[in-house]
Design a binder for this molecule. Sequence first.
Ligand code: SF4
Length: 413
Amino acid sequence: MNTLEKLKILSGAAKYDASCASSGSNRRNNPKGIGNTAVNGICHSWSEDGRCISLLKLLFTNFCIYDCAYCANRRSNDIPRAAFTVDEVVDLTIDFFKRNYIEGLFLSSAVFGSPDITLEKLVQITKKLRTERGFNGYIHLKVMPGASDMLFNEAGRYADRLSVNIELPSEKSLIYIAPDKKKENILLPMEKISKKIYETNEERKKTKKIPVYSPGGQSTQLIVGASPEDDKQIMRLTNSLYNKFHLKRVYYSAHVSVNDDSRLIFSEKPDMMREHRLYQADWLLRVYGFKLDDLVFSPDGTLSRDYDPKMEWAFLNIHLFPMEINKVEFEQLIRIPGIGFRTATKIINTRRFKSLDFEDLKKTGAVLKRARYFITCNGKRFDQIKIDPQSIKTNLLMYDKKPKSQQLSLFAM
Ligand code: SF4
């Protein structure tokens, strides 16, 4: 099998891994090397759903000794299999980079032989890219639970970000659906990586001679909808991963049914709306300073499908509104539906030299369609709709039903 045939199989096999966005790593190119990374992602290339779109995303191999029920590459599936050599991945990365196709590498693998054998190969690739080929671009490495500490330590020397996939939201589901995997084999490496990142950063404050360790931190991925855990359980787990191991990101991947397996909850299509709401809730925890208790779940543990989590929080805390745009603190501003982090920053900056009216507010990027119910500008309300959840919901519904403005075609004119 030539490299191109392998590439077809192994880039296709990696497509279910959602956790390939990049951030947090900052390395400048030097005269001897090629590529660089920027703190907020590779050359700021993000797709609309937050996924980075210019990484070479590969599995090293899709030969697997494990048999996870949800996975296309599980050992019991009869599918075309392939494995790269170390040099093939190194050459592909450099070639693609030189042609400007990619800005970095996202490298994962099925478990080939043993976790140690697999991770050793991945480490060899990253080491060669960095030390022999002068590659300074972004590298995100998926590491295998159960591999040795020595390999974990080496992996973090060359990769910008490490991730250990947690895959399923509970130990019960892990045992049932991915019986070869062990909860402690996943959580222990996360803890060790987190500790190593912290220790290295502390040591580097004293001397820069200490090599960096996974400067972009660590992340993980959860499959949503293959097992019965509800949104509340998932967000509880997420919250503890952020608090305990200081993860940079938890990625949620709506389950795509690729195997006919009775252990899985069947769904015709991946539940993208659920995935979307989980990302929104995650964003509130991670960036907006919300606590787990601020998230609103229905009695069956699900996030609302109709309204985003911030809007649901506002409905539940309606007594806190309206908020005066020209007075409230930044932390309160970002709790108003329709006002995001960047908008709140602009509002605060504008307030330094003038008080804002609704026109000024529009210019900051506030989404008045949502914010108008929850605010006053210089004591005035946008309209006189009653500030109660039901009136706001009715109005939002009416707003959504209004025909959207459309661009006329030249001929219709
Ligand atoms: S370890 Fe499980 S999820 Fe990973 S490739 Fe093998 S079967 Fe798939």
